[in-house]
Design a protein around this ligand. Sequence first.
Ligand SMILES: C[S@@+](CC[C@H](N)C(=O)[O-])C[C@H]1O[C@@H](n2cnc3c(N)ncnc32)[C@H](O)[C@@H]1O
Length: 204
Amino acid sequence: MAELKTGLRGLLANPMLYVALQRLMGTDKECRSFVETYIKPSPGDSVLDVGCGPAELLRYMPDDLTYVGFDPNPAYIERARMTFGDRGTFFAKYYERSDVERLPSFDIAVLSAVLHHMNNEEAQHLFGLLRQSLKPGGRVVTLDNVFVPKQNPIARLLIAMDRGRNVRDPEGYRALARGYFDNIDGVVIFKAFPPYTYYVMSIS
Ligand SMILES: C[S@@+](CC[C@H](N)C(=O)[O-])C[C@H]1O[C@@H](n2cnc3c(N)ncnc32)[C@H](O)[C@@H]1O
């Protein structure tokens, strides 16, 4: 199973509850920092966001870029359209080969908190598609929760409770992109409060 969709965690499929929980956890500040420090979009760039959810990352990107978001949850996409209107193009579907063929290529592809919702086969298939979706010199930026040694036990507990059922260690995430991309840089980020641990990869 890649994602829990029942019980309390199933409630997070509701975009209002998802965004409210993000704000409660302080992740809106992390979104800004993730965009500014790692995604680093420049005006004029084209950005593909796969598993975009309600597209909250777009809030922190320059106005003058092309943003295309995909998410299989139609409620998230509806919220993204209501919030951002024509600042982006939003598709309520999985990102598939037919999308690679019909859309122009991108400068940056983003997978924010998505890989831990995918099993290895799904994630590797996606990296294969992303490789064909990027312009020369393009890059993929990912962020996920992660298991690392000597982790704060509260962080570990919170991460183990995530609805995404495929949280990995850093090597587990890196292995997904290997074979599709040559350069994979990763960094572990420790958040103090509430305790949490992320892994960010910059891939080209
Ligand atoms: C934790 S949310 C992250 C949403 C958004 N990227 C963010 O950073 O706020 C995980 C998202 O991945 C989406 N998702 C789950 N499985 C997916 C898949 N196989 N392909 C694409 N998106 C998927 C979910 O619908 C959900 O919106």
